[in-house]
Write a protein that binds this ligand. Structure first.
Ligand SMILES: [Zn+2]
Length: 541
């Protein structure tokens, strides 16, 4: 018999059997358009970071039944505690089965709280905090619900249950807790899909975020670009787009989704605002925005940056250094020892070339990993003025920056996380003047608001800080490249960053010793530059 559509598609199966929710409602995607792709996603590794009440537990109840019915997989479904299992199966799973004659027929031979039989496949529901260790039964698919409240070592133990399976599927979903742990840690190892909607007025495609996407006075969702109101329908019509770095996709072939309450058409703006005003920040972040809560210190707020804005006009004298982040667009910042005076986003390198011509002594430090071709061509065209920056993370006793010479001239290696930290610390200490008014630096500041710090363990088991991003961070990286350039070219003519500018502390004060002056080329020997022929660079950002 040829396969029917419902053999191939969970959505066709839902339609064919008229599968309903636990309340007896048909499963439609009008108010849950973002769940459509997640229903049909059969990627072996899946990570869904989500707030409360978005329809995920209905999805995760129904999908395994199709997988058992049509694929014959063995499933283990975990929740934090045994009491959670009783509650979940009793109030969700069993009520869904009760609403659906087809599921009743499928599970008629065995239907207990802990185990259900579907044809020749079983699904087992288990808690992770019970005295029993991980069940000693083989499985093809592990579903870990409420990962962040689960006992992590038991969750890890369950992986061994997949050993003899030819599938080895692992699906995780949870609201997040803190940055870099639980579901958020796993999410960072995926393609990081974000829900993109398009403004009807200005056609800008965007991700809804707090606080930018809500006008608190009008109590409405608004476009982040043109600030026109967004209708519920505008929020409905979206699409999932990967935001993870391409290099990560090769490393981690996992499918990841971030769901926030802002994407839910049935949640009005005033409800989000009310949650913000009445709930504690941790609840608001994790249960409403579906984002990990960082607490203080690990995020950069707007005030921290805009305090650096100054009406003093940069003389644009001395050595000008450009920091350039490459990729689909070119993001550039321009500055000298007096701070930053310009930034831009352009499609190509024409502007950078114009600036290089206009300031004949200027140099540029360019991200080597985003665009592999053009920066290398520029380095040929402007000898001695273009430096390709290689980010490295957590090298033992590494200098912040190491500049190449001889054959390695035109390259600089930089400790990524410590360098970003330095930039953040200098903004905090009001050491990097930004010429102009706050609104003129808005896009620049936005990118800094998208980076945050997480604590992770390195290979030696030592805690280290790592800077991650939750949205576009190009200007933060461009500033970091600029700062790299300033370690070598910022002190010519005796000028020191910020010196002599009222209200600014000279940048050299309190600076790490390895930042003063150039690092000798000999320190470079311990690093191996990846060559162009090596294929994909393990660029850190
Ligand atoms: Zn707009």
């Amino acid at each position: 018999m040829p396969p029917s559509l419902s053999d191939l598609s969970v959505l066709a199966w839902i339609k064919e059997h008229g599968i309903k929710t636990e309340k007896g409602d048909p499963i439609t995607f009008r108010d849950h358009p973002f769940l459509f792709d997640i229903y049909r996603d059969m990627t072996p590794n899946q990570v869904i970071m989500k707030p409360a009440q978005v329809g995920m537990s209905t999805l995760m109840n129904i999908k395994p039944f199709w997988i058992m019915d049509k694929m014959g997989l063995e499933v283990i479904y975990t929740l934090p505690t045994d009491a959670d299992v009783i509650d979940f199966v009793g109030s969700k799973t069993n009520r869904i089965i009760a609403q659906n004659p087809y599921l009743q027929e499928l599970t008629k031979d065995r239907d207990t709280i802990e185990q259900k039989l579907v044809r020749d496949s079983q699904i087992y529901y288990r808690g992770t905090w019970s005295k029993k260790s991980a069940m000693m039964i083989p499985a093809d698919l592990l579903i870990h619900d409420e990962l962040d409240a689960s006992k992590q070592e038991i969750v890890t133990d369950y992986e061994t249950r997949l050993k003899h399976s030819s599938y080895k599927w692992k699906w995780y979903f949870s609201h997040p807790s803190t940055e870099g742990t639980g579901i958020h840690k796993k999410f960072l190892e995926t393609d990081q899909k974000h829900w993109h909607i398009t403004c009807r007025a200005c056609k800008e495609e965007q991700v809804l975020t707090w606080p930018e996407s809500i006008d608190r006075t009008l109590q409405m969702y608004v476009c982040k670009k043109c600030h026109q109101p967004l209708t519920d329908d505008d929020r409905r019509k979206g699409r999932w787009k990967e935001t993870g770095h391409l290099a990560d996709r090769f490393k981690y072939p996992s499918s990841g989704y971030w769901i926030s309450s802002l994407m839910c058409p049935w949640i009005p703006a005033h409800e989000i605002i009310n949650n913000y005003e009445t709930k504690d920040p941790e609840y608001f972040y994790t249960k409403v925005l579906g984002l990990p809560y960082s607490g203080g210190g690990n995020k950069i707020n707007r005030e921290l940056l805009v305090q650096n804005c100054t009406p003093r006009v940069n003389s644009q004298s001395g050595r000008i250094v450009f920091g350039v982040d490459t990729g689909v667009k070119v993001h550039l910042v321009a500055g000298n020892a007096e701070g930053l005076f310009y930034y831009s986003e352009t499609d190509g390198y024409d502007e950078l070339e114009r600036l290089l011509d206009r300031f004949p002594k200027s140099v540029a430090v360019i991200d080597q990993g985003g665009d592999l071709i053009s920066p290398r061509k520029l380095r040929e065209k402007y000898p001695g003025r273009i430096f390709l920056c290689y980010f490295r993370a957590d090298r033992k006793a590494m200098q912040l920056c190491a500049w190449g010479d001889g054959d390695e001239e035109g390259k600089v290696i930089c400790d990524r996380n410590r360098m970003i930290q330095l930039v953040v610390d200098e903004f905090t200490d009001k050491r990097i003047p930004l010429q102009g008014k706050e609104y003129e630096w808005k896009d620049f500041v936005d990118h800094f608001e998208h980076i945050y710090r997480v604590k992770t363990e390195n290979a030696l088991g030592v805690d280290v800080y790592k800077w991650e991003r939750s949205g576009p961070d190009h200007f933060a990286l461009a500033t970091t490249y600029w700062r790299v350039g300033m370690t070598r070219f910022g002190q010519g003519g005796g000028a020191i960053l910020g010196e002599g500018i009222q209200g600014f502390i000279p940048i050299s004060k309190g600076m790490a010793p390895d930042l003063r002056g150039n690092v000798k080329a000999s320190t470079l020997k311990e690093f191996v530059f990846p060559s162009f022929e090596d294929g994909v660079f393990a660029s850190e950002d």
